[in-house]
Design a binder for this molecule. Structure first.
Ligand code: ADP
Ligand code: MG
Length: 257
């Protein structure tokens, strides 16, 4: 059976005038429908690079990447991307921000407009429709950014450290919020994070990358998503064990220079 997303022997070298940086080397991995995957690894190892390749923004130097068995370059608008900074446009209202994706991709047909209204209603944004982003809390901004991405019905949602800019208190609530929207919409997701508790508590599988040029070092599997509350997941032995094991993997990475 085909996987939803498949990466085979992906490598990427950055070229500058002076030299070449080998960012990733022979990464093979897959993602199945409705899975939540986290990618962790040392800072600068190539996580953002990997997401950019999956998003079709960067072309790999070698290797093949397919979505539903088709080369990723032949698929259009199937990948949604959420960044650390929410990238909302301050001069557009919440509604105008959410509509932006549909405008850019020329998809403002009645069916999509209806879906947009449904999402706004379902996730409690009706009262904020005409507000500007600076009136919203950090958490609400991330929710708007997520809904803006979901409106485009991506088959895969990529999240690059989306909670990194939030303070500790807000972070907990926003993570639960984003995770439950993703679960409710049954979106396949790939999250890049340096926060192991986030990675383990949210994922079906956690892919640990080595330092640059990064390769897949180890993959951990969990059943934690069966438990609805993220805080409850963190109280289980399974959670503690996996966090511990990943620490050891990453720790050995630091000392192998
Ligand atoms: P991570 O997201 O894991 O922190 P990145 O994917 O951003 O890492 O970067 C991986 C490596 O590639 C780093 O050493 C970084 O300096 C380098 N790099 C990233 N983008 C570029 C670029 N556009 N040109 C040259 N080198 C780059
Ligand atoms: Mg990065």
């Amino acid at each position: 059976m085909n996987h939803l997303l498949e990466l085979k022997d992906i490598s990427l070298n950055y070229h500058t005038l002076k030299d070449e940086t080998k960012a990733i080397e022979n990464i093979s991995m897959y993602v199945d429908t409705k899975e939540f995957i986290s990618i962790v690894g040392p800072s600068g190892c190539g996580k953002t690079t990997l997401l950019s390749i999956i998003a079709g923004i960067l072309k790999p130097s070698t290797g093949a990447i397919t979505l539903n068995g088709k080369p990723i370059s032949e698929t259009k608008n199937k990948i949604g991307y959420m960044f650390q900074r929410d990238q909302l446009f301050e001069w557009r209202t919440v509604l105008q921000n959410i509509k932006l994706g549909l405008e850019i991709t020329h998809n403002k047909d009645p069916e999509n407009q209806k879906y947009l209204s449904e999402l706004i209603e379902k996730y409690g944004l009706q009262d904020f429709r005409n507000k500007y982003p600076h009136h919203l809390s950090g958490g609400m901004r991330q929710r708007v950014a997520l809904i803006r991405t979901l409106v485009l019905r991506p088959e895969i949602l990529l999240l690059d450290e989306p909670f990194g800019a939030l303070d500790y208190q807000t972070r907990k609530t926003v993570i639960q919020d984003v995770a439950s929207i993703i679960a409710r919409e049954e979106k396949t997701s790939i999250l890049v994070t340096h926060d192991l508790s986030e990675a383990v508590s949210l994922s079906d599988r956690i892919i640990v990358l080595s330092k640059r040029p990064s390769k897949v070092k180890k993959i951990f599997k969990t059943d934690l998503r069966k438990i609805p509350s993220i805080e409850d997941r963190k109280r289980t032995d399974e959670y503690k064990q996996i966090v511990d094991d990943i620490w050891k993997e990453l720790g050995s990475e630091e000392t192998t220079t």
